[in-house]
Design a protein. Structure first.
Length: 220
């Protein structure tokens, strides 16, 4: 499945969508790195995976990996090939489990992508970031590369089931080094300062309006 994604699906997607990529050379080719991105659409993960220049891991709901039958096994294999790491989000310790899964990736020298907003923006604006990205950066020493997606919300708009052919731009910023805060990862003030610096870098890349409050999905 990994070879299918790498040698057939990935080149096909690049051929069809021809994403405009800026600054991909700013992503370190080796060693741990955190890719912190805005979140416009469900296809954002694919956009990062296709353009980062190295394998990238993402968090995925554990139930996606436990399906039965041929279809369930195929979905699990496909998600693993894309770099998804299964995490159980259905309990009180879900946040800690997610951070631990991410740390495992970074501690082994991998690249890990995170959406600090925590959910897809439904109003097109960039919202306040959760401090998980700061916790990871401070705990592991990994640099943070800000990432901005533009146009992915036109490829797969809200409530749309099938992607459309629309131009996509993926911009990578300069790596952010937070080693000046070594030993201060327990400080809420420092975690907030680091997160705000990351969000400011994403905003400058994405040209989105920034809203200093967490994004809340409307009630169902």
């Amino acid at each position: 499945m990994h070879l299918l994604v790498r040698w057939i699906l990935a080149p096909l997607c690049r051929l069809l969508y021809r994403p405009h990529v800026q600054g991909a050379d700013r992503v370190p080719r080796r060693g741990p790195v955190i890719l912190a991105a805005n979140h416009r659409a469900a296809v954002d993960t694919a956009a990062i995976a296709l353009t980062a220049g190295r394998p990238v891991s993402f968090l995925g709901k554990a139930e996606y990996f436990t399906g039965h039958g041929l279809r369930g096994r195929a979905l699990a294999a496909f998600l693993r090939a894309l770099g998804y790491v299964p995490v159980d989000r259905g309990n009180a310790k879900a946040g800690l489990a997610a951070l631990q899964a991410a740390r495992t990736v970074l501690d082994t020298g991998g690249a890990f992508a995170i959406y600090p907003e925590g959910t897809r923006s439904l109003d097109g604006r960039l919202h306040r970031g959760h401090t998980g990205v700061a916790s990871l950066a401070l705990a592991t020493g990994a640099p943070v590369v800000p990432v901005a997606m533009r146009g992915t919300d036109e490829v797969l708009p809200k409530d749309s089931r099938f992607p459309r052919l629309r131009p996509v731009t993926v911009s990578y910023g300069h790596p952010l080094d937070f080693s000046r805060y070594d030993g201060l990862e327990a400080s809420n003030v420092i975690r907030r300062a680091v997160t705000d610096e990351v969000m400011d870098a994403i905003a400058r890349l994405s040209h989105q309006e920034y809203v200093d409050r967490y994004h809340q999905r409307p009630a169902a």
